[in-house]
Design a binder for this molecule. Structure first.
Ligand SMILES: C[S@@+](CC[C@H](N)C(=O)[O-])C[C@H]1O[C@@H](n2cnc3c(N)ncnc32)[C@H](O)[C@@H]1O
Length: 382
């Protein structure tokens, strides 16, 4: 089901909902791939030199990349699960004066409202971490007298991007990694940050245990989510950390290996706390390959030295400062991965034998594809 305006922050069947406030905070924090300018050097080049291209920005959120790409001359179709996010995207589009270059739709990334082979490039910027594992959902829409089964989840997101891209079209996908690490702003010693986290978790678990047992499951869930969010939001200098429920208590994740694929987690980000679904970075590659992509590039970024990190910090405002966890020299781990996937042509029909010498691989594939169509037509008698 598509989230409707005004809902609270929560994990939902097809993805996540940040709620009205969360969507506003997200727009205000101008997150992009990492909430700072840290990833710009590996990510922004894919959004430059794209004049005249048609992009689909899946899970566009408040539209930072749709707007950026439109500003670079592309035509962009931004889709998102949450109306609240799209409302902020609409404002951003208007503020940036790129009206008429960005089109928005409220839809699920697992069922894109677009035709096959329509786009030159797809973006999925930190969307996978919002998607549950694959499942089939039964939908009943009484007003439309419609009843059908619909695929939702992580794998369908990749299948759908592959479907709507042109052959050889690229999908730029970013995802958080190193879920067992607490990334900080570097303003306090790590042991004090961890102490604050422990304190807030204590408050969370006490308050959750005091929720009246008479509440319905839904009301209970809303209260629980609100308690988690309110307390984790107090951790100002925690730039990224992951929390999950273990034996009825919320805990800080310090070992990524303990998380299960698709598990409901909460992540503290700069300025807000969001509900996510855990996916290891290898799952992105597996889902992309299954959907018919090949991996062209894969980037992990870390400052190599402490000097590099300090130089970066001196170039941004204090609220964007990054702690030692971002530097290789200090034993840090990469917070994000940026993938470039390329859509392959479907495998050749085994009935086809290419004879003779073809020097250009693209034209060989074109010839083969045309032959497949001709054979299929013959077989179908059309
Ligand atoms: C972390 S935000 C990223 C937003 C944007 N790409 C950016 O970089 O600022 C994730 C976005 O995914 C959206 N989302 C969650 N589940 C979704 C789904 N099933 N289909 C489409 N979008 C979804 C959320 O509404 C949210 O806007």
């Amino acid at each position: 089901m598509v989230a409707t305006a005004g809902e609270t922050t929560a994990h939902r069947t097809g993805g996540t909902n940040y709620g009205v406030e969360g969507a506003k905070n997200y727009a205000r924090a101008k997150h992009g791939p990492d909430g700072s300018a840290f990833l710009d050097s590996v990510f922004l080049p894919f959004l430059r030199n794209i004049a005249g291209k048609f992009l689909i920005d899946v899970g566009c959120g408040a539209g930072p990349w749709a707007v950026f790409a439109a500003d670079q001359g592309a035509k962009v179709f931004g889709i998102d699960f949450q109306m609240d996010m799209l409302k902020n995207a609409k404002i951003a589009i208007s503020d940036a004066d790129v009206n008429g270059k960005v089109f928005l739709a409220n839809a699920d990334g697992a069922a894109l409202p677009a035709r096959e082979g329509e786009f030159d490039q797809a973006l999925s910027i930190n969307v996978g971490c919002n998607l549950p594992n694959q499942s089939t959902k039964h939908v009943f829409e009484p007003d439309l007298k419609l009843e059908y089964d619909k695929k939702v989840g992580f794998e369908s997101h990749f299948e759908e991007m592959a479907r709507v891209l042109k052959p050889y079209g690229k999908a730029i996908v970013t995802a958080p990694t190193s879920f067992g690490e607490v990334f900080t702003r570097g303003t306090r010693e790590k042991k004090y940050v961890l102490k604050s986290i422990e304190q807030q978790l204590n408050f969370i678990n006490i308050e959750i245990s005091q929720i009246p047992p008479t509440l319905s499951e839904r009301e209970r869930k809303i209260q629980e989510d609100t308690i988690i969010k309110n307390h984790l939001n107090k951790l100002d200098d925690v730039y990224r950390a992951t929390f999950a429920s273990r034996d009825g208590k919320w805990v800080l994740i310090t070992d990524e290996g303990k998380l299960k694929s698709g598990e409901k987690i909460w992540r503290k980000l700069p300025g807000l706390t969001v509900p996510n679904n855990y996916h290891h970075e290898d799952e992105y590659i597996a889902a992309a390959k299954k959907a018919g992509f090949r991996v062209v590039e894969q980037h992990h970024k870390l400052f190599r030295t402490e000097k590099e990190r300090r130089k970066y910090n001196a170039s941004v405002s204090t609220d964007k400062h990054l702690g030692k966890e971002y530097s290789e020299e200090a034993g840090g781990k990469p917070p994000f991965v940026v993938y470039v996937f390329e859509k392959l042509l479907p495998p050749l029909d085994p009935r086809i034998r290419i004879i003779g010498q073809v020097t250009d691989s693209e034209s060989a594939a074109d010839i083969a594809e045309a032959t497949v169509h001709a054979l299929a037509k013959q077989a179908g008698g059309q």
